[in-house]
Design a protein around this ligand. Structure first.
Ligand SMILES: [Zn+2]
Length: 123
């Protein structure tokens, strides 16, 4: 499973992880295909190439999957805990830009989902 999969499923079959760009909290700008991929669990994790922190994740949107219950009083939990798209859930600690190498500007900006790792991994 890759971050680009829901975009390929949504009608852009040419999309690859190279089309996504982010800046880790440590300051390193990198494309997703330059990150370290960890596929040991149900969620594919993308770790920063420099500080090794898990910054991005993608998993199948499976209703049977265990989720941490919504904490009491936490506003906008749902939308802050991942973007659901074409049978996948994607999330990240920082904004992810959809910017293919030949694009002059971001085609799309996927806002950070600060509760994503908490919700699905309880991290
Ligand atoms: Zn980093």
């Amino acid at each position: 499973m890759r971050y680009c999969d829901p975009f390929r499923a949504a009608g852009r079959p040419e999309t690859t992880d190279h089309d996504f760009l982010l800046t880790c909290s440590c300051g390193l700008e990198q494309r997703l295909d330059e990150m370290t991929i960890d596929e040991a669990g149900p969620m594919t994790l993308y770790d920063c190439a420099r500080c090794t922190k898990s910054v991005v994740g993608v998993l199948a949107d499976d209703p049977a999957l265990a989720e941490t219950p919504e904490p009491q009083g936490m506003a906008r939990w749902g939308e802050s805990a991942g973007h659901k798209l074409r049978g996948y859930v994607i999330g990240s600690r920082v904004d992810v830009a959809f910017r293919p190498a030949d694009a002059d500007a971001d085609l799309l900006r996927l806002p950070a989902t600060p509760y994503f790792f908490k919700r699905y991994l309880d991290l």
